[in-house]
Design a protein around this ligand. Structure first.
Ligand SMILES: [Zn+2]
Length: 197
């Protein structure tokens, strides 16, 4: 992909947190810095959402997205985040969040396709946003129902609070990503020790 162009008045190209995150976690991560008063909106407009769909590997061709669809995506995102927060605290999610997830999960999803070598898979070509959201909603149901609540976690960085699933064997993972929050915390601890010594 070409270097992001920056022009006056246009914010620098937003970096997504994708990695190998499962779909519902990747969507939840489109709102960053959740612990701050002003969280970081990584899908501020339909064009950026379209780019997220491409970079996330959901779609091969940029979909046309209308403003109301962007609102639906954010609604689903926050329903998933809130439901996960409730489940990890052994509370019932809000009925409206359950309803939002179920409405999307009932739609037609992306269709997985095996590659010729039989060792990896992608999604069958789609051009619309709806199957992406249906896939994410079903992934959220899978996460909420199959993950032990104690393994559904929020990043220990108080400004981040990103959602993640701890799949490590000991279950001691604290950060959404070692590359971001883990290293930031380590360097803060180092600086503190340095000052104190
Ligand atoms: Zn984090």
């Amino acid at each position: 992909m070409s270097q992001a162009r920056t022009s006056p008045g246009r914010p620098r190209s937003i970096q997504f947190r994708l990695g190998d995150r499962r779909p519902c976690i990747a969507l939840a991560a489109t709102l960053g810095d959740r612990g701050r008063e002003q969280p970081l909106e990584r899908i501020p407009d339909p064009e950026t959402l379209a780019r997220w769909c491409l970079e996330g590997g959901f779609l091969a061709v940029s979909p046309k997205i209308a403003a109301p669809e962007l609102a639906s995506v954010r609604l689903l995102r926050e329903a998933i985040y809130r439901a996960a927060c409730a489940v990890r605290q052994l509370r019932k999610p809000l009925p409206e969040d359950v309803a939002t997830i179920n409405v999307w999960a009932a739609r037609g999803t992306l269709v997985p396709e095996l590659t010729p070598d039989g060792r990896s898979a992608g999604w069958k070509d789609e051009r619309a946003l709806s199957p992406v959201l249906a896939t994410i909603a079903r992934d959220a149901i899978d996460m909420l129902t199959r993950t032990p609540p104690i393994r559904i976690k929020l990043c220990a960085d108080p400004t981040c609070r990103a959602l993640f699933v701890d799949e490590s064997r000991p279950g001691q993972r604290r950060w959404c990503s070692m590359n971001f929050c883990g290293n930031r915390s380590k360097s803060r601890t180092f600086a503190r020790r340095h000052r104190e010594s």
